[in-house]
Write a protein that binds this ligand. Sequence first.
Ligand code: ADP
Ligand code: MG
Length: 313
Amino acid sequence: ATPTAVMVATGVGANNGVLIKGGDSLERAQKVKYVIFDKTGTLTQGKSTVTAARVFTGMDLGEFLTLVASAEASSEHPLGKAILQYARHFLFFDESSLASGTKNDAAVFKSGWLYDVSEFSALPGRGVVCFIDGKRILVGNRKLLEENGIDISTEVENFVVELEESAKTGILVAYDDVLTGVLGIADPLKREASVVIEGLRKMGVIPVMVTGDNWRTARAVAKEVGIEDVRAEVMPAGKADVVRSFQKDGSIVAMVGDGINDSPALAAADVGMAIGAGTDVAIEAANYVLMRDNLEDVITAIDLSKKTLFRIR
Ligand code: ADP
Ligand code: MG
């Protein structure tokens, strides 16, 4: 493309909240064969909410939620934030204040109710671990619990499977090395997601989903949105490998993601698209920034590229 054509496209893009960094990526975008979508925060709204909490020992639910919230208090992960918010609501609000939407911010943000934790660590793709009162607490997926030798009973496994089959993420909690309870977390699809996937297919583009979440939840979400090719339980570093595997036969690959987790994959892709406010790291690694946090702009970006180059030929 001529510098002028690139400038025009960049301007049109900017008017739609699509920031294009450089003419090379603009040219590559018209030849995209695969668009790989991150799941959480990209296809989904990234607004995780706890929809189920069950204790499998004699522990009181309030006590259970306080323990889990304390363990997640230093977590930066959206799942951790969702758990904290749910615990606060459960402990400090009654049904009527929830229904009327009145918020007592002082109570919401007071942190005195949390237990002191020590030796906190966040394990990417797994969960968190720390100690409360000298007892270890693990909050995360099966992998985290299995790696730490925690038994998962059939009753617990069945409950987790039930959550996952309805597109929810099951978070398991072991306190003092005993499986104590499970939380179910939902993150709804963006409203436009299915329409955009359908639109890409019509353009001859193959949509793919990649996620660190478990296979069953991933398949349920993919089915809902209309994606057939799914890669799940991918560790943060593995997303870039997924991108490279699609590039092997010379195909042009676009990656759409929002998180720090996604930046190596955004950088590895021929066309990296950071969506939403995103994290600075993701924006840095991307060729396109889709400011509106709307998946329709993936199509806008590809269209723009096709039109630009068509016009100057
Ligand atoms: P995604 O690719 O969907 O953004 P991540 O790689 O961040 O996923 O996390 C993968 C999985 O690891 C989550 O689905 C969850 O099971 C577990 N996990 C990660 N962080 C946490 C946390 N702070 N608390 C509980 N579970 C977590
Ligand atoms: Mg994400």
